[in-house]
Design a protein around this ligand. Structure first.
Ligand code: PLP
Length: 455
């Protein structure tokens, strides 16, 4: 059976399930390092980690220091974005943070994608080459344009779009490439941009998990034509909901502004009639912006800590046979929305990945399998069987499209073998972090017994 344990469901489930009981238990002295004879927790031993983890599972954390600013917005009665206020302030600050020329705040990451696709002229009957290993909102934003999300393959070493698979996906309908910096790990953008440049395709970054990630000295969000961010509740900089489009072109950002704001042209957008475009209302609210403004310094501070801890953890985990942390492109820095590992069951006496996840959770280390092969769920079948898609694409194209999902061997492998740890663990103290590798080693030592127990 396919594992449907998505990131959001994982967080939700953990707040009520037995896993949470483990984390929420009182802090106890950790077990001595190397005490390998103890039974794994799944077989009755005491968990390796019996303390909690920073703000897990209760993310995000509210700080009382934010209260005056938030109360002021409530009292002001200026709740919608209008002109100026916290929304405009956040747009300026966020653009500065990324080194982007402009930022447009939106209602969500999904609507940021929707705005960008529209402005980059992705239209009904077009095709967009996209990373399959992503949150399903990326697929949906393309489908909502009545365009086909055509999947590049995933590089199993990096978990991001494999640039060498892109050319074979191009058709006369291809309009854009949409790489996803999944878990805050930058895609290898140079070859992606080179292919886009050669064919005159737009490049829209899905940076919804990549606030402050860097590729060759530049931040994600400045690497394509437009880029999209999410500030949904689980994110490093959350506001319940919210999103942003960033870019370096005034013209594109003015068009984005109009599309997200019922079609109204900005003052600076000369030469166009006021209502020159189709549009929607995808605006951010002042409440969201004021909460985001409070968190910019926190984002920067925590990003540095997550990075340091991820490097430290990676060194330990790499030494364990059968555990492979992800590889980043040269001269890149991730921000680790989740910290992913590739798990090789062969090195664990054939212990199935799901049983490994269960065993690691029982040791007090929250983890999940994250994304499955979502293109086999119903949404794409529903789309391609709809009247609209049947009018827009030939029967042969839709048949070949559906069959192409079987060819995504890299993505299949990644979906079947990834184990991901939530970002909160990377905010922990080093001695707590040591428990992660210790728990994995303990499971490996007892993997034969655990595998038999699972039979
Ligand atoms: C990779 C990716 N793309 C798109 C989105 C959509 O963002 P939102 O939930 O803010 O609409 C998310 C958010 O979870 C995401 O992680």
């Amino acid at each position: 059976m396919k594992n449907k344990f998505t990131r959001r469901r994982f967080v939700r489930k953990a707040t009520t399930g037995s896993v949470a009981m483990t984390w929420l238990g009182s802090r106890q002295a950790p077990m001595a390092f190397g005490q390998k004879t103890a039974n794994p927790a799944l077989l009755g031993g005491a968990p390796v980690h019996r303390g909690g983890w920073p703000n897990w599972p209760n993310w995000p954390n509210w700080l009382e220091a934010w209260k005056p600013a938030v109360i002021n917005v409530l009292r002001s009665g200026k709740w919608w974005c209008g002109r100026g206020g916290h929304v405009a302030e956040f747009e300026t600050e966020y653009a500065k943070l990324l080194g982007a020329k402009r930022c447009l705040a939106t209602a969500s990451g999904t609507t940021a994608l929707q705005v960008s696709l529209h402005v980059m002229d992705v239209d009904a009957g077009d095709e967009v080459i996209v990373s399959p290993y992503t949150f399903v909102a990326t697929y949906n934003a393309i489908l909502n344009c009545k365009a086909l999300p055509v999947f590049a393959d995933t590089d199993p070493a990096t978990l991001t779009m494999d640039p060498t698979s892109i050319e074979s996906r191009i058709t006369e309908r291809t309009r854009a490439i949409l790489p996803v910096h999944i878990f805050g790990m930058p895609c290898d953008m140079d070859p992606i941009n080179a292919i886009a440049g050669k064919h005159n395709f737009a490049v829209i970054e899905d940076a919804c998990q990549a606030w402050l990630a860097e590729y060759k000295g530049r931040k994600c969000g400045t690497l394509g034509d437009l880029a999209c961010f999410s500030f949904q509740n689980s994110k490093h900089i959350p506001a319940g909901g919210g999103g942003a489009v960033t870019g370096n072109s005034d013209d594109l950002l003015d068009r984005c502004h109009a599309f997200h704001n019922i079609g109204l042209a900005t003052d600076s957008f000369k030469g166009e009639k006021q209502f020159f475009t189709r549009s929607c209302n995808y605006r951010m609210l002042q409440f969201q912006a004021v909460i985001l403004m409070q968190q910019i310094d926190k984002l920067v501070r925590e990003m540095a800590r997550r990075r340091e801890n991820a490097d430290y953890l990676g060194v330990q985990l790499k030494q364990i046979p059968g555990i492979q942390p992800a590889r980043l492109p040269e001269n890149s820095q991730a921000v680790w929305h989740l910290y992913p590992l590739r798990y090789d069951a062969k090195q664990f006496n054939g212990l199935a990945r799901d049983k490994f996840l269960q065993a690691l959770n029982a040791e007090g280390i929250p983890c999940s399998s994250v994304y499955h092969e979502q293109y086999f769920d119903g949404l794409l079948d529903e789309a391609i069987q709809s009247r609209g898609f049947k009018r827009l694409f030939s029967v042969e194209r839709l048949k070949a499209y559906r069959e192409s999902f079987q060819e995504l061997k890299g993505n299949q492998q990644v979906c079947a073998t990834t184990v991901a740890i939530p970002q909160n663990l990377l905010l922990a103290e080093r001695q707590d972090l040591d428990h992660i590798a210790e728990a994995v080693r303990r499971i490996q030592t007892h993997s034969g017994m655990l595998a038999k127990g699972a039979e």
